[in-house]
Write a protein that binds this ligand. Structure first.
Ligand code: UDP
Ligand code: MG
Length: 328
């Protein structure tokens, strides 16, 4: 039996002489105060739990002393490495870069602010050793958030469940463990506007959830403002649903049918009562009818755009393998 990598995945990029068992990938934006604490907690939890581990920090254009702190930590501890972006590119892109630089057999993605309790990693590892390749943390409550944020999240999950083409486990975020096979599958996806929550679920593999309590942020404030969350939600829906493209078609059909009914109404009225304003009925009916035709044509173009979209994302033809049972 030979195990196969996904077709277009490339090998881990860094020349590690030996791969660590576990990589911790952390997107970091202005978290200078939290990083030393995070490393301390990780040491306590991971030493003894795994044979070897590394911490990969992606400094997403921080403007405080984050880079200096990372330099210091990397000099003190060889297990710490970091990549620093030229500016703020956003958490999603930082995570993608982190996956590119992590070389472990398993990768844990977590926040730098200690809201994701390091102790939960032990439960992730347990599930991983049982054979789960995609272990996601599920937040057990959203108490720490404002009502508005909570309701917004709920509405988003409902919309996504209705219209999205992938099933999203509720409350699952970026805090998770991914086996090397899943990481390679994710890295093989060429998408630019990444909605990783959806991608984690979309690639598949044997998955399970572990619930955890979201801790208080250790230092600093959350970097996600409402505007950012909205554009994030829109990214998510538009990359996993073609329903919006179909709206034009349906609106067009409805308007065309209404035009036909209006025409019938005017014909009957003229037959029975004569006309009061010559030219008006034909004008209204033709405007409505042609608006309908235009919308239907837009919808038709939309269908093709949807197909191009799937091709560009290469979602129509990229199976990922966990094993291939072929005799050589
Ligand atoms: N983060 C990032 N780039 C950004 C915003 C945030 O890398 O543009 C990181 C941040 O340093 C933290 C994680 O993403 O490690 C989650 O951010 P935050 O705690 O602000 O978000 P929240 O917990 O409110 O969702
Ligand atoms: Mg946070």
């Amino acid at each position: 039996m030979s195990e196969m990598q996904p077709p277009s995945a490339s090998p881990a990029p860094r020349g590690h002489s030996s791969r660590p068992e576990l990589s911790i990938v952390v997107p970091v934006h202005n978290e200078a105060e939290n990083l030393p604490l995070l490393l301390e907690r990780l040491k306590q939890v991971l030493d003894g739990a795994v044979t070897s581990w590394e911490l990969v920090c992606i400094d997403d254009g921080s403007r405080d002393g984050t880079l200096a702190v990372l330099r210091l930590l990397a000099a003190q501890d060889r297990r710490v490495s970091a990549v620093s972006f030229s500016r703020n590119f956003g958490k999603e892109i930082a995570i993608a870069a982190g996956l590119d630089h992590a070389s472990g057999d398993a990768v844990v993605i977590m926040d730098a602010d200690l809201q994701h309790p390091p102790e939960t990693i032990l439960l992730f590892l347990e599930k991983w050793r049982e054979g789960y390749l995609n272990v996601y943390g599920q937040r057990s409550d959203r108490d720490g958030e404002t009502r508005l944020k909570r309701n917004f999240a709920k509405a988003f999950y409902r919309l996504f469940a209705r219209f999205g083409e992938t099933e999203l486990p509720e409350g699952a975020g970026d805090f998770r463990l991914l086996d090397r096979k899943v990481v390679d599958a994710l890295r093989a996806l060429p998408e630019r506007a990444r909605f990783s929550k959806g991608l984690y679920a979309w690639v598949g593999f044997r998955s399970t959830g572990i619930s955890f309590d979201v801790a208080e942020r250790e230092h600093g404030v959350s970097k996600f403002r409402y505007r950012k969350l909205f554009s994030f939600a829109f990214d998510g829906l538009s990359s996993f649903s073609t329903v919006p493209l179909k709206i034009a078609t349906w609106a067009g059909v409805v308007i065309a049918v209404m035009a036909a009914m209006t025409a019938l109404f005017f014909v009957l009225r003229t037959l029975f009562f004569g006309t009061d304003l010559p030219g008006f009925p034909s004008l209204i009916v033709s405007i409505m009818f042609f608006s309908g035709i235009q919308l239907v044509s837009l919808g038709m173009i939309g269908e093709y755009v949807g197909r191009i979209f799937a091709e560009v994302k290469r979602t129509s033809s990229t199976p990922f393998w966990i094993a291939s049972l072929r005799s050589q």
